[in-house]
Design a protein around this ligand. Structure first.
Ligand SMILES: Cc1cc2nc3c(=O)[nH]c(=O)nc-3n(C[C@H](O)[C@H](O)[C@H](O)COP(=O)(O)OP(=O)(O)OC[C@H]3O[C@@H](n4cnc5c(N)ncnc54)[C@H](O)[C@@H]3O)c2cc1C
Length: 405
């Protein structure tokens, strides 16, 4: 049975994270939106120190995202929602294993997980990143062209990766790592693709650009070039044997962990906008009167209530996907449903919020216009809106990816 009653300690942690979101993130959100490539090191240091303290009190807490059975993805979703209520861009800059860590957990052997994740327990802030997207490959991740060729005791990587979240922080600004998807043999298609860990400072890896973006501007999004970049053989995550389909499946399993968390990010941004609208209307003499029949609601009340319904539906889908993941259940359908729904809902809610507030909503005086810009990324990364809908359609209708693409 699914029980979404949150444990008291989760509620307590959510309150704590809410206070962080309110006091530490909201207060600097505008600054780091305006100053896109400036990095908030005070914030990094404070968040790192807090996570070290928490890890001491609750071993492994910093590493939970992506843990399989017995994991705490529902709790992570609750906490991520709180932080993204504070600021989604800043949330993406918080030091930690991130998407790179999720890939290590999804595809790495126990020994590799221990070894590569050890760096996230140190004194200094560290970031992990994951690089899949290339100039000619995004939605169709099987079209990766970055190559990995074995030369003696090394893999030699060559290729260009773009739009890598926290790529600069992981590859240049900390003792971090980037998990790079590369193909061992393009003729094998998906089956030839494997994830490789490239540590900061590895010769041949260089950050060549950091993007200027519409939203989540506090977060660095890097283009990284790999030029004869040599990594030891055991930096290939998981089984190096080319078993058809198995390798790619392991890699795709990363998304089963991360899509519910990205959906929770979206929900946090949507809730920020909705809370603001509700409070604004109440302060201006138009509080939302709950419990009225539809025929007696004002048009404004009907809009806000509909926004709330949609946000709650997205949250329930998200928690279900995370709950299944924690129990080791196959959740790729539910993870895509949550991600697609949350992306659509947050985009709509934040646009409506700008609209309902009129010129004030459009002004940079408030964060509402920023939330609208931040929201849109949820329809793009970790599988676009269309790709997640495609996955849902395939699973519901029983088609393979070759049959429905
Ligand atoms: C801010 C930001 C951060 C990112 N972070 C990362 C990261 O950390 N690591 C990483 O590897 N990548 C990252 N990405 C890249 C992101 O995952 C890709 O942009 C995304 O997967 C889309 O791929 P694409 O850019 O090649 O677009 P395309 O695949 O070319 O898609 C363009 C459009 O076509 C649609 N489309 C494509 N195929 C189909 C289809 N079969 N059916 C219907 N519609 C389709 C898409 O939905 C989209 O609307 C990030 C992107 C951004 C903007």
């Amino acid at each position: 049975m699914i029980d979404f009653e949150l444990e008291p300690q989760v509620v307590k942690r959510a309150e704590l994270y809410h206070a962080v979101a309110l006091n530490m993130m909201r207060s600097i959100a505008r600054k780091y939106d305006e100053e896109e490539h400036t990095q908030p090191w005070d914030f990094f240091e404070a968040m790192w120190a807090a996570s070290r303290q928490e890890a001491g009190a609750q071993p492994d807490s910093a590493e939970r995202q992506g843990a399989r059975a017995g994991g705490r993805s529902v709790e992570t979703a609750v906490l991520v929602e709180e932080m993204c209520w504070g600021d989604a861009g800043l949330f993406l800059t918080i030091p930690g294993p991130g998407l790179g860590g999720a890939a290590v957990r999804a595809a790495g052997t126990p020994a590799q997980q221990e070894r590569f994740l050890a760096r996230f327990k140190g004194e200094r802030p560290v970031w992990g990143a994951m690089a899949i997207t290339e100039p000619g490959c995004g939605s169709d991740s099987a079209a990766v062209t970055t190559s990995a060729v074995r030369q003696g005791d090394y893999w030699v990587l060559n290729g260009t990766k773009i739009f890598c979240t926290a790529g600069q922080l992981a590859a240049e600004k900390s003792d971090g790592l980037v998990v790079v998807w590369a193909t061992l043999d393009r003729s094998l298609g998906r089956a030839g693709i494997r994830p490789f860990v490239v540590e900061r400072g590895t010769p041949g890896m260089s950050v060549v650009r950091v993007e200027n973006k519409l939203g989540i501007r506090a977060s660095d999004t890097a283009a990284i070039v790999f030029e004869d970049c040599r990594v030891p053989l055991d930096h290939l995550l998981g089984d190096p044997e080319l078993k058809r389909s198995a390798g790619f499946k392991e890699v795709m399993a990363t998304f089963d962990a991360t899509r519910p968390i990205v959906a929770a990010m979206a929900i946090g941004v949507g809730r920020a906008a909705l809370d603001f609208v509700r409070e604004f209307l109440a302060a201006h003499g138009a509080p939302i009167r709950y419990g009225l029949p539809a025929s007696r609601q004002t048009a404004l009340e009907a809009e806000v209530v509909e926004m709330e319904v949609q946000l709650k539906a997205a949250r329930l889908l998200t928690w279900r996907a995370a709950w299944m993941f924690d129990r080791g259940m196959r959740n790729n359908l539910e993870a895509s449903m949550a991600k697609a729904k949350a992306g659509r809902v947050v985009t709509r809610i934040t646009q409506k919020a700008v609209e309902l507030l009129g010129p004030l909503g459009y002004s940079r005086e408030l964060l509402v216009e920023k939330w609208m810009r931040d929201a849109k990324i949820n329809d793009i990364f970790e599988g676009t809106q269309q790709i997640n809908m495609l996955i849902v359609a395939r699973r519901v209708l029983g088609y393979s990816s070759a049959e429905l693409s």
